[in-house]
Design a binder for this molecule. Structure first.
Ligand code: NIG
Ligand code: FE
Length: 420
């Protein structure tokens, strides 16, 4: 048996509570233990409490991790990323800085389709190397679980290649990955003007094969008037659901197109983005128990100021989630601390609400609320020591790397130079 004693935590932010999305005022309850300590046994949390509580029953040979009077948080659960792609789009970033819009660039053959070209050409080894580099960036921000979507292949072979890379990353164990198949992210060049036929390919060839090889748990569709409008997204998502996939949707990002209502009708796990969602759309999500995944970094990065109605969602009792949307186009950031900061300054979440949205609520949206997202006995020991005196400093001092050391299953996966 291996035992690890984590002590001298100025704040042990446990988020202890029910293994379901926290709603309303619950989102402000972090269950902080001052002068906290945690006992990890064989990668799982064995006990949580004050130093005095834990020390009493600790075996003498336990290893000690001194948190140095800093704060300890659950690892962030980033529930929406596109973390596997080749190349980047710094060139388009420059064009946007000079005034071109994301939609204009996409319409002229850039955007998602530009990344698809490069990703198709990349071999699995090259793609894995790029994704490992980003994985290490995620860890530096204190993220330990990454939902990762395919969607830059748009052919059976290339979509499978991306999903296999995600699977490899998960097996490597430094971070947890949850794979989502996003074959309907865009219509590829060779199907331009034949969107229906491409949807048929997704439904009849890609989905069954991804299922057969067990390469993804979830299916997502970019449900957007100009990409896959709701009637088409429905066809794809219904096929996915009948094969046993859980559903997540890019909904109402650029235009209000009934995406939220569709997510509610289909009983999706999440509806993501929602910058343009209507009141009726949000009510439908609430009635159906669909969790909204909010992605403020993509709003910021696109130079927009139309953030989703996060306050209203919390007042309505929705189990709000925050994620980075890390991708080479609309959101080139892996930083959950930065996302928390944007959630506070741009959407008026409190720091506690933002933290709940980025941990336990995100874990629940991935059906992992019983395993990760809070620091409670029985759960996986996924946690991070952050260089702060108080959890509110995390969104307050924005734009710096705060994690000192990060643990997954009780094993150190990242430590700042000379820290340990
Ligand atoms: O979530 N909206 C669609 N997909 C991504 C953007 C992907 C890209 O630009 O490469 C998003 O914003
Ligand atoms: Fe996205």
């Amino acid at each position: 048996m291996s035992d690890l004693f984590i002590c001298n935590c100025r704040q042990l932010v446990t988020l202890a509570g029910p293994a379901r999305p926290r709603i309303g005022a619950e989102m402000r309850e972090l269950a902080i233990v001052p002068d906290g300590a945690m006992w990890v046994r064989d990668g799982r949390i064995h006990a949580v409490g004050t130093r005095r509580d834990i020390e009493r029953s600790l075996p003498p040979r336990a290893g000690v991790l001194d948190a140095g009077w800093r704060i300890v948080l659950p690892g962030f659960v980033d529930a929406h990323t596109h973390a596997v792609f080749a190349g980047n789009r710094a060139d388009e970033f420059e064009q946007r800085s000079a005034g071109a819009t994301y939609q204009e660039i996409a319409a002229s053959g850039g955007g998602i389709r530009a990344t698809v070209k490069r990703t198709r050409l990349a071999g699995e080894v090259e793609l894995l190397a790029a994704a490992r580099r980003y994985r290490d960036w995620f860890l530096r921000g204190g993220t330990t679980t990454i939902e990762a979507k395919s969607g830059y292949g748009l052919s059976l072979e290339s979509e499978l290649k991306i999903l296999r890379v995600i699977c490899r990353l998960d097996q490597e164990g430094r971070a947890r990955y949850v794979a989502t198949f996003l074959g309907a992210h865009e219509v590829p060049d060779e199907y331009q003007g034949r969107r229906d036929e491409y949807a048929d390919l997704v439904i009849h060839e890609m989905l069954p094969c991804v299922r057969e090889e067990r390469l993804a748990e979830y299916c997502d569709v970019f449900c957007e008037l100009s990409v896959f409008p709701a009637f088409q997204a429905r066809r794809i998502l219904e096929a996915a659901r009948s094969l046993g996939f859980g559903l997540r949707l890019h909904a109402d990002q650029l235009a209000s197109g009934g995406g939220a209502q569709l997510a509610a009708e289909l009983g999706a796990a999440t509806a993501d983005h929602l910058e343009q969602a209507s009141d009726e759309g949000l009510q439908a999500l609430q009635r159906a128990g669909v969790q909204p995944v909010l992605l403020p970094a993509s709003v910021y990065s696109l130079g927009s100021n139309r953030y989703p109605a996060a306050r209203q969602m919390i007042e309505m009792g929705l189990g709000v989630v925050l994620a980075t949307d890390f991708n080479p186009g609309s959101s080139p950031t892996v930083s959950m601390p930065l996302v928390l900061s944007m959630a506070c300054t741009q959407m008026h979440l409190t720091p506690a609400e933002a933290l709940t949205a980025a941990t336990i609520n995100a874990a629940c949206s991935l059906k992992r609320g019983h395993e990760i997202g809070s620091l409670e006995p029985g759960k996986c020991a996924d946690f991070a020591i952050h260089d702060c005196d108080d959890y509110r400093e995390l969104p307050y001092f924005f734009g710096r790397d705060t994690a000192l050391a990060v643990y997954v299953n009780g094993a150190c996966v990242y430590a700042r130079e000379n820290y340990l």
